[in-house]
Design a protein around this ligand. Structure first.
Ligand SMILES: C[S@@+](CC[C@H](N)C(=O)[O-])C[C@H]1O[C@@H](n2cnc3c(N)ncnc32)[C@H](O)[C@@H]1O
Length: 213
């Protein structure tokens, strides 16, 4: 395991409750979208903010190696028993990936870019480690396009961050990828009415950018 580095993240209560919270979510549209999306995972995979490992059971035979990036030691403790053989845990933030340039085929960004402390840095790191034919599989809730909901998300940002262990409901993840040079045409918006505060999500496959930033 890569020793701890980067932001200090420690949310013991959230880590203890996340599997239970996720159970309801995984039974609905988020779970079915996650399963369909992860079918595209291949080669060397980086799971950003791997949490307790909800992505791992959906990785198929086209995956050759797994790097689970997870800074919170309380999550790492719950993640470790769920790892496939040979997987490596890096207890670091997504902002400083301990991986060489152009060494990764697939990055998983699922329910994580809402929480990382510096999403612009994380997206730059994703770009750096991706091979030229690499891809990012994205499933993230985002700032609502509905102005009423967006205003509510802004108002609730601080209590929500406390409740969600740093989760920010106002992240514009599509814009963050676009700013790092990704073609975001492959991202589609989905509406999840059962999650009032995080009703709008983006999902899809982003190819590694071709041009230098
Ligand atoms: C809501 S959970 C999502 C877990 C998992 N990706 C999933 O799909 O279920 C967000 C995760 O991001 C992790 N996290 C927080 N800050 C991070 C950072 N700077 N870099 C990477 N992951 C981070 C948290 O510890 C937590 O495990």
């Amino acid at each position: 395991m890569t020793p701890p580095a980067g932001p200090r993240v420690s949310h013991p209560v959230f880590a203890a409750f996340y599997p239970r919270m996720a159970r309801g979510m995984e039974a609905g549209p988020i779970g079915s979208t996650r399963r369909a999306l992860l079918a595209a995972a291949r080669g060397v995979v980086v799971d950003l903010g791997a949490g307790v490992g909800l992505n791992l059971p959906h990785l198929g035979p086209d995956v050759s190696a797994v790097h689970a990036v997870e800074p919170d030691p309380h999550m790492v403790r719950r993640l470790t028993p769920n790892l496939p053989p040979g997987a490596v845990v890096h207890q670091v933030g997504a902002e400083t990936l301990p991986l060489p340039d152009a060494s990764v085929d697939t990055v998983l960004a699922t329910l994580t870019l809402c929480t990382v402390q510096d999403p612009a840095a994380a997206v730059r790191e994703i770009r750096r480690v991706l091979r030229p034919d690499g891809q990012v599989l994205v499933l993230e809730h985002v700032l609502a396009t509905d102005p009423g909901l967006a205003a509510w998300q802004h108002r609730m940002r601080l209590p929500w961050r406390w409740f969600g262990a740093g989760c920010n409901p106002t992240r514009d993840t599509t814009a963050a990828f676009a700013a790092a040079g990704f073609d975001v045409a492959g991202l589609q918006r989905i509406d999840v009415p059962g999650l009032p505060m995080t009703r709008e999500w983006v999902t899809g496959v982003l190819p590694a950018p071709v041009a230098a930033v």
